[in-house]
Each structure stands twice: as C-alpha cells, then as structure tokens.
Design a protein around this ligand. Sequence first.
Ligand code: ACO
Length: 440
Amino acid sequence: MPEIKQTPVANEPASNGAGSHSNDANQSTPKERPVAPSVAPRARYAHIVGWGRHVPEKVITNHDLAQIVDTSDEWIRSRTGIAERHVAADPKETSASLAVIAARRALEVADVPASKVDLIICATTTPEYAFPATACLIQDALGASNAGAFDLSAACSGFVYALAMARGQIMAGDAEYVLVIGTETLSRIVDWTDRETCILFGDGAGAVLVAASEVPGGILAVDLGSDGSGGNTLIVPAGGSAMSTSLETVSSGMHYLKMDGKAVFRFATRVMAASTRKVLERAGYTTDEVDLVVPHQANIRIIQNSVLNQLKIPAEKVFVNLEKYGNTSTASIPIALCEAIEAGKLKPGYKVVFVGFGAGLTWAACAIDWRTPVEKQAAGWWKNTRRQATYSAAAARSMWKRAVRWVYEVLPDPETPGREPSKETPEAPVKELAGERTKE
Ligand code: ACO
C-alpha cells in the first residue's frame, strides 16, 4: 500500500526554509497560491446516545412448540437456554414495522428529531424485499428526509458490522447522527416442521442512535471477520440468483433457513472469544477491566463456552436475555442492550463489549467506553405531541409524493403523443408501518 503522507500545514514555513513566499503576484507559481489557513481537525468520537427495542406481542413457549414438533421444554432449555420467543403473528408486523417502533424509541431517548439523522443502516437477514432496502422504508416512515439509507447483510453479526460503519462515517466527518437498526422476522423463514431450527429463533427489533461528539470515548474499537468457506453451514438456499424461486424450490422447502447446528456451534465458541480478545487489545483494555459484555443471544452454552470459560469474564458482567426472546439475529444485541440499561447494568464510565457471530460465516465485536447518561428522562407532553405530529406529517408527505408520481403517470405525456395514460390508482404504500394506517 502506498504510504499516505501528511499534507503540510498551509502557511507553515517548510523546515528547510524553501517555503517562504513572496507577496508579489507575478512570482507566484501554482504551488505558491495562497490557501485558506488550515484549522487542525477536531477529534471526533462516535457515541451511542439513544436506544430502543420492540418485539411482537405473540409469545410461543417451548411447551407450545412441543405441540407441533417432536421436542420438549426440558430439551430446549438444557441445550439452548431458551424458554420462549416472540413471533410476528400479525401479517402487518414486518421487519420494517418492528424497526420503525424501535427506531422512534431510540430517537426519543436521544431527544433528536428524525430530520437530523444523516444515515440509516438496517442490519437484517429478513428484509421486506430483495429491494427496495428495508432501511428506505424505515426512512420514509420516520420522515428522516435528510438521511441516506441502506441495508447491511452480515446475518447475526450485522448489528455490530453496522455500528462499525456508523462509527466510520462519523469519524470521517460524513455524518453527525447515524441510526443503526437490527430487525428480524425470522419466523417467516423458519421451517416450523424442523425441530433443529424452529426452536431457536424469535422476532424483534432494536435500534441505537450513534452521534458525533468531541468527548473522548464511545465506540473505541471494532473487529470484523468473515469466512465464506462456511457459507453453507447456515443458509437460505433459494430466492437469490444462485437458485431463483420456483415451484420446485418452494415444494422442497429450499426457501427456509437450513443449518448445521454443530458446525455453527464450534465456530461460534471459537470466534466469540477470539474477536473479543482482539477488540479489547485494540481498545487498550484487559478482560479484567470489562464491566459489561452484551453477546449475541444465540445459545447459553455458546456464551458459557466462549465469554465465561475462555475469557474468564464472570457471569454477572455478561448480559443474557435469550430465555425470553430466543435468537433474534441482528436484533439480539440491541434488544439486550436496552434491557441491560433498564436493569441498571450499564452506567457511564463502563467499558462495554458487543460481540456476535452469524451466517456468512461472520463475526464482529466492538469495545465501547460508555459515556451517555442512562437515566430515563420523562419527555414532556409538548415534546410527545410534537413528535407524534412529525410522524403524522411524514406519513402525509409520503402519501403526497406517491400521489404526485401517480399524477405524472396519468397525465398525457407531451413527448409521446398518443400514449395511453395509466388507469392505475396511486400505488399503495409499500406497507403500513408501525400501525399507522396511511390512506390509500
Ligand atoms: N428437540 C429434541 N431433540 C432434538 C431437537 C429438539 N428441538 N433438535 C435436535 N434434537 C436431537 C437430535 O436429532 C439429536 O438426536 P440423535 O442424537 O438421536 O441424533 C440430539 O437431539 C442431539 O442433537 P445435536 O445436534 O447434537 O444437539 P446439540 O447439543 O448440538 O444442540 C443446537 C443443537 C441447539 C442447534 C446447537 O448445535 C446450537 O445451538 N448450534 C448453534 C446454532 C446457532 O447459534 N445458530 C444461529 C447462528 S446466528 C445466525 O446467523 C442466524
């Protein structure tokens, strides 16, 4: 890699004296053109300043599952630690609708309006569509009219990958506020007749707002990894360009999640510990100094074998809530983060690690010097009303834009006379998000 050289500071005399300039314009060469005095760039840090979560109401317990597949509460609890999971039973509950509620909560905690968000990154393995990106649907529902938006695919590691991207954007000076979301409706891609997978997963969404600050701390270090040779150990085989959807793929169940559980288990226990070690080293922390680990909530035995046994981090410093939610993939770490805060397990000054693994195969960890106060600020009546009004305005604006597009469709096109105007009515909103019915 070519060496990146530091640009000489403008107006600073060169050390050999050759840089002393004449004010005579005739003598000026392109090299000597006056330049604006440079200002030393201020250090920027990326802090999590808001957090929110949302899970569907419907709960499926292990006993419920024992009614539909050959399993038992005892087997599931002892092999995974899971007791129940939330499932999007209502067809209107989708990855985007869950995400919008979680994201609104994160903005509310941070007390930042959606209009200030510069970028929305949605990590998901269950997007609404192949395209458009789920992040764009969330952007529309939030009324985040100044935000770029894209989806990130790194399976269960996706949330930490997205945090790393947010940190990069902020530290580069390209964004002030980045909304990072993990959202899933895994119940829609799980084969409910396969006892080896259907017992593991749940639905939900978690979101954080990452903000630029000059206060040292925040997301200090990240470690991202991948090993595509293990891609087939956890895969949805059909529906992509390798195997497009057909009657055959559907009848053979190739659109469902397939997993080699043992292989994933072995991989997970190895990378969770290694990635945590690496990120702690980058942040300059020792394992003893860590105050809180929020691991991906896949299986209690994976957490025990990696974080507790290999890293020797005591259980009271490791937040676990998988018994209530199962594996919610990209949403598991932000949901757990919110619950850790609610449980008083996170305080300003704490050294925190997020670590996850997933399909790809991928893994990711980040180390955080947490500085944000965690006390819940009661939002006043006026703020709540104003916030609700902005969301209603966002829905109205979205509807208006659709209507304008429709008008362009039905108007005769002056450039192609004789072209039949469209008889279709305005396109319906892609989805009714967050329970807000948009008029059609
Ligand atoms: N109920 C009862 N018995 C079961 C069940 C079940 N739900 N599932 C499997 N069994 C049986 C098996 O058929 C097997 O029976 P056999 O011995 O007669 O062949 C026996 O239980 C043991 O099966 P194992 O596969 O050895 O069980 P194991 O202890 O490995 O646990 C599990 C399986 C829970 C899937 C574990 O391997 C695991 O957690 N793997 C990691 C999975 C994971 O984290 N995936 C998510 C990745 S994140 C992402 O990107 C989506």
